[in-house]
Ligand binder design. Structure first.
Ligand code: FMN
Length: 186
């Protein structure tokens, strides 16, 4: 029997009504058979302090342990002032430290993002992809899930109602799982 592909997902937003959290919740329903997605909430991760990187706060320890245990990573990112939201950068900084103990090392990763604007978080996603180079993460290139005008595609209860958006999320999850298996030689 094939081993389950365990995916850890997190969103770069702490907002209860976050559209990016909604994308991840939709992905819970759309991951292919043989894969499991767990969502980690970044709430409670304090601002990075390098003095503490060798004894990080409990929430950071949990985050790093979940990343290490996962076969693949799925990120839902908003865009803030044309780049990554601080919440996401901050959490990823913690998880990549101390030097030599980068929890993301070698992990396959897929990105999606939603914004109320019109460019679908494209700028933030390309900045994130730049970080993947240093983090040594192996990114899925396609499809690019860049959701603009999210308020028209996600309802008041945080459900992704737009069919095209759901299809893209499903396709991305499938490609992430296929990519992960390929890298593992499975
Ligand atoms: C400080 C701040 C900066 C923002 N900058 C951008 C931006 O550069 N591009 C964009 O498309 N939307 C921007 N927005 C709007 C976000 O897309 C919108 O707030 C979105 O809902 C945030 O994601 P969330 O729903 O997952 O919390 C910004 C919002 C805030 C609060």
């Amino acid at each position: 029997m094939e081993k389950t592909v365990n995916i850890l997902g997190f969103a770069g937003s702490l907002r209860k009504g976050s559209y990016n959290k909604a994308l991840l919740r939709a992905a819970l329903e759309l991951v292919p058979k043989g894969a499991k997605l767990e969502i980690f909430d970044l709430e409670g991760i304090p601002p990075f302090n390098q003095d503490l990187e060798n004894q990080p706060p409990q929430k950071v320890k949990e985050f790093k342990a979940k990343i290490s245990a996962a076969d693949a990573i799925l990120i839902g990112t908003p865009e803030a002032n044309y780049t990554l939201p601080g919440v996401l950068t901050n959490a990823m900084n913690w998880a990549s430290r101390p030097y030599g103990d980068n929890a993301f090392d070698g992990k396959p990763v897929a990105v999606m993002g939603a914004t109320i604007g019109t460019l679908g978080t494209a700028r933030a996603q390309y900045h994130l992809r730049q970080s993947f180079v240093f983090l040594n993460m192996i990114a899925v290139n396609q499809p690019e899930v860049m959701i603009s005008l999210a308020q028209e595609k996600i309802d008041k209860d945080g459900k992704v109602t737009d069919q095209k958006t759901r299809e893209k999320i499903g396709e991305l999850a499938q490609n992430l799982v296929a990519w992960t298996k390929r890298l593992k030689g499975a």
